[in-house]
Design a protein around this ligand. Structure first.
Ligand code: SF4
Ligand code: SF4
Length: 458
């Protein structure tokens, strides 16, 4: 059915600006701690060196990733894939046990928005002052405050973009390139792009990202069941809500414990009213728990009108933390973590590729011997220099020659010419030969590579 709209009508409804009220309490302190720890790690890690390299550096041009003293090569990308799977599974596990814990305390959108809100509060004051400032006409005070906030936000966003690029380009070199105006095009693009994304998401869009853009908010309900921890208002206890004096007896007035102060709505960063029931917009930040507990304290009522609970508990039933799906997630997670740790610990830090010389299949030497020539590519994936010993396994009558000397610096890639010689009596057609590479000093590293040694057919 077609609907007619007046020229001035719009299908777009602008959401009112949400200026959450500042809140103090146990969960607010935990959230601040999470912000300080997580953003502290983000901003400080690139400046810390570990084992001679930046502690976390995804060096894309060199195709090497440095993570806390470990170097990952393109051959190791399976580990990075597994780490991403572990991160995803951890999210499922935490969500099944504790609901939107990730959203409330650890999601980048939450932590950066929190910092942008701190800056806004420093400059413009608390919720009431910010609302008043918005409603006031443009005057000197408003221009100074709004401009100062933008300067703070943009500086912080640029520093965030700079740090982001610092995970892909050594951050000290990056800083030097900026100071000397020698920043490359790609680095400039990503620095500005990430800065803009931070400013836009944490400064301008804020709760809109959680409400309308985040896909996780949509599909996580599939991981919820009636025993998942959620933040909820105890309707049975709170209703009917209404104002009263502290000295009043609520039951005599026919009232529940909610005094209708709306503080839980004022502190909500997504601007919802938790008293209307569980809502997809709730990011489980627990600000409403903190503020309502303070109200309950002031009224001498029992705390917990809004609390972490489960749907089962709300309905008066018993709640179970240990459910089959929790065991399945925990088992998969443990098995994957143990597997990855074991595999990373047992990686062979040497790569050897033998490539046959395609120009000559084999050479017949004067002393009735056959020679095959190979190009050997050796990669020393270790962080110390190595001399390599190279030997043919199981063929005492074969010899090999290599040039130049197989000595490689840490993380060096070297190309060598390898010549293998065998008596003509060794066989006909082709013979499989195993070549063993090993280090001549600690730590001992060994790898065996198979290749084919070609002989005359007749
Ligand atoms: S903060 Fe508590 S008492 Fe105040 S309106 Fe919200 S639920 Fe009711
Ligand atoms: S309803 Fe409560 S827990 Fe949910 S987002 Fe709002 S303040 Fe945070």
């Amino acid at each position: 059915m077609n609907q007619k709209h007046d020229a001035g009508d719009s299908l777009y409804r602008k959401d009112p600006k949400v200026y959450p009220r500042d809140v103090k309490g146990t969960f607010a302190s935990l959230r601040k701690l999470a912000v300080v720890v997580l953003l502290g790690l983000y901003y400080i890690l690139p400046w810390i060196n570990w084992g001679g390299n930046q502690s976390v550096l995804f060096d894309l041009p060199a195709r090497k990733f440095y993570i806390f003293g470990l170097t990952f090569w393109p051959q190791d990308f399976i580990f990075l894939t597994l780490m991403l799977i572990i991160a995803g599974l951890s999210l499922f596990f935490v969500t099944a046990v504790a609901g939107r814990l990730w959203c409330g305390y650890a999601c980048p959108q939450t932590v950066w928005t929190e910092v942008f809100l701190w800056m806004e509060r420093w400059v413009e004051g608390d919720r009431n002052k910010r609302n008043k400032l918005d409603a006031s006409p443009w005057n000197r005070n408003k221009i100074i405050r709004k401009t100062s906030k933008q300067v703070l936000w943009i500086s912080f966003a640029l520093w965030t973009g700079f740090t982001f690029v610092g995970f892909f380009t050594p951050i000290r070199e990056l800083g030097h390139s900026i100071i000397t105006f020698q920043l490359g095009n790609w680095e400039t693009f990503w620095l500005l792009f990430y800065s803009f994304a931070t400013y836009g998401n944490a400064g301008i869009l804020r709760e809109q990202v959680c409400k309308y853009m985040c896909p996780y908010a949509r599909f996580q309900s599939a991981m919820f069941d009636k025993d998942t921890l959620v933040i909820a208002y105890d309707e049975k206890r709170g209703e009917p809500r209404g104002g009263r004096r502290k000295s009043d007896n609520p039951s005599e007035k026919g009232l529940g414990d909610c005094i209708g102060c709306t503080l839980c709505v004022q502190v909500c960063p997504t601007g919802i009213d938790i008293r209307e029931g569980l809502q997809i917009e709730c990011i489980a930040c627990a600000a409403c728990i903190d503020v309502c507990d303070q109200v309950m304290d002031k009224m001498d009522y029992k705390k917990g009108l809004i609390s972490y609970t489960t749907e089962h508990r709300l309905g008066g039933n018993e709640s179970h933390v240990f459910r089959p799906r929790i065991f399945v997630y925990a088992f998969l997670l443990l098995a994957l973590v143990a597997g990855v740790l074991w595999s990373v610990n047992h990686r062979v830090l040497l790569r050897a590729d033998l490539l046959r010389d395609r120009n000559a299949l084999y050479r017949e030497l004067a002393d009735d011997r056959i020679e095959n020539v190979y190009t050997l590519k050796l990669i020393n994936m270790d962080s110390v220099l190595h001399n390599y010993q190279i030997e043919i396994v199981g063929h005492d009558d074969m010899v090999l020659f290599i040039s130049p000397e197989p000595v490689l610096e840490p993380e060096e890639v070297g190309n060598f010419i390898l010549r293998m010689q065998a008596p003509a009596s060794l066989g006909r057609g082709s013979v499989e030969v195993d070549v063993r590479f090993s280090t001549m000093e600690e730590p001992f590293i060994e790898r065996t590579v198979s290749t084919r040694f070609l002989m005359p057919f007749d």
